[in-house]
Design a protein around this ligand. Structure first.
Ligand code: G3P
Ligand code: CA
Length: 251
């Protein structure tokens, strides 16, 4: 089966990452899912920003966790990328887009879990999903949301606060966990970097033998797309859904 195509930070090869425009385009390009990073502002709002500071992706400087939503709303998150101004995207606004979109669109939510305040982002994510009616699907296969993090504590908290939703334990380095096709009891999938699969392609099969599928990031070249397809990866995250679809149909 062909992997499901997830737009990493939206269609971020074409629009400023994690902006409304990037997600609108991802949906237009026919992505099966969209991926977003979430952080908490100083006044307790969830926003879609990757880095712990706003310096790289906005007109401002400073730590997200030390700024209010009003302060973030003054910044331009788009011009640095393509000259098109964009407002900060709140998690609520992203979910409004998701519920107004195709019913089969899945959102992959990554908690950028801070060591300080363990569980705060995760409980807020679960509560927000509950408000949108997205936290209690009949079965995990019906879920429109997948929760994930590199932090094992964050994934455990996400599982605790939203037990009906599938979780991904992201894996950055192919250590003991990767070699063994490790599936922690609090996760439904593991999420290795595609670079790790190039070194150890057997990882996907070993994981499958233990009963779990794989979410792989960030898959942008024809060679990597073909590798994921050949290995039977279930989800692949890409910065360009349209190019990745093209590679998949050309294989
Ligand atoms: O989808 C997982 C991937 O996004 C993890 O890496 O740094 O892009 O958040 P990063
Ligand atoms: Ca991410």
């Amino acid at each position: 089966m062909s992997p499901l195509v997830v737009a990493h930070r939206g269609a971020s090869a074409h629009r400023a990452e994690l902006t409304f425009a990037a997600y609108e385009l991802a949906i237009e390009q026919g992505a099966d899912g969209i991926e977003c990073d979430v952080r908490l502002t100083a006044d307790g709002h969830l926003v879609c920003i990757h880095d712990d500071v706003v310096d790289r992706t906005s007109s401002g400087t400073g730590r997200v966790s030390e700024m209010t939503l009003a302060q973030l709303s003054e910044l331009d998150f788009g011009s640095w990328r393509d000259g098109e101004p964009q407002r900060v995207l709140t998690f609520d606004a992203l979910l409004e887009l998701v519920v107004a979109s195709r019913p089969d669109l899945t959102v992959f939510v990554e908690s950028k879990h801070p060591a300080r305040f363990p569980g705060r982002i995760e409980s807020k994510v679960a509560a927000t999903l509950g408000r949108f009616g997205l936290s209690r699907p009949a079965t995990k296969d019906d879920a429109r949301v997948v929760l994930m993090s590199f932090s094992t504590l964050a994934v455990r908290k996400l599982r605790e606060y939203a037990p009906r939703l599938p979780t991904v334990q992201l894996i950055e380095k192919m250590g003991e966990q990767g070699r063994d096709g490790w599936l922690p009891p609090w996760a439904d999938y593991t999420g290795p970097d595609v670079e790790l699969l190039r070194v150890d392609p057997g990882y996907v099969e070993r994981s499958r033998a233990q009963g779990h599928d794989t979410y792989v990031w960030t898959v942008d070249t024809a060679e990597d797309v073909e590798l994921c397809r050949d290995l039977g990866v279930r989800f692949l995250a890409t910065n360009s859904p349209i190019r990745t679809r093209g590679y998949l149909s050309a294989i």
